[in-house]
Ligand binder design. Structure first.
Ligand SMILES: [Zn+2]
Length: 214
């Protein structure tokens, strides 16, 4: 087991807000304003504690801002008997929120990499997915962030990330397209250049759109 030298973040760095973080009280007041704006009465019994509940839910849904995804990959294992074949973690379920509507994005990520000398505990790949999911996202950006972070920290021969997700801003409003999954992928290194490697990964994770119905 060894610790990788800490390299400066390039993509997982926290956004730097241009304004100071509001107090919890201010956040709850803002939620109360939205309840009024929706047309309801924030003073009625059922809604009285809603601003506080929503603020707490935000702390959970957006907890990804307070973690550094690169840190999950710092601890690696070298004693793998020369194993250098593909490692795939598939069907990592995640919940995220779209940055355009704050609506849920529910989906699965499949992550694969080709280790050089070091492998990482398999649960750590899921932690990286989770860290990015628990921020405001667009699917394409999240896909690239996960792949780039793994590539940057582990320096494997390649990284493949496929994400399938439904966007509730699309299924519950606007065009109301239910059952539509968006599929994105980022292929780096050998997964990009070698068609056989890429094909092997895609067959391990199964056909992207068919597995969404499960
Ligand atoms: Zn949206």
């Amino acid at each position: 087991m060894s610790d990788v030298l800490k390299t400066p973040s390039f993509c997982s760095a926290q956004p730097k807000p241009s304004e100071p973080r509001p107090s919890r009280e201010e956040a709850e007041r803002a939620i109360r304003t939205l309840l009024l704006w929706a047309g309801d009465d924030p003073a009625r019994e059922g809604l009285r504690d809603t601003p506080a509940r929503v603020a707490r839910a935000y702390e959970d849904w957006f907890s990804g801002y307070s973690v550094d995804p690169e840190e999950f990959l710092q601890r690696t294992f070298e004693e793998v008997e020369g194993y250098d074949d593909m490692i795939v973690l598939k069907d990592i379920r995640f919940e995220s929120h779209c940055e355009h509507h704050l609506a849920p994005i529910i989906g699965r990520a499949h992550v694969g990499y080709l280790p050089t000398h070091r492998v990482v505990g398999i649960s750590k790949l899921a932690r990286v997915v989770e860290a990015y999911a628990r921020r405001l996202q667009v699917q394409e950006k999240m896909n690239a962030q996960i792949a780039n972070t793994i590539q940057h920290v582990l320096q494997p021969r390649g990284v493949a990330v496929v994400i399938e997700a439904t966007h509730q801003c699309m299924t519950t409003r606007g065009v109301h397209k239910t059952g539509v999954a968006m599929v994105t992928s980022t292929m780096l290194g050998d997964f990009r250049t070698n068609e056989i490697t890429r094909g092997e990964f895609l067959s391990v994770i199964g056909h992207p759109t068919s597995s969404m119905n499960g």
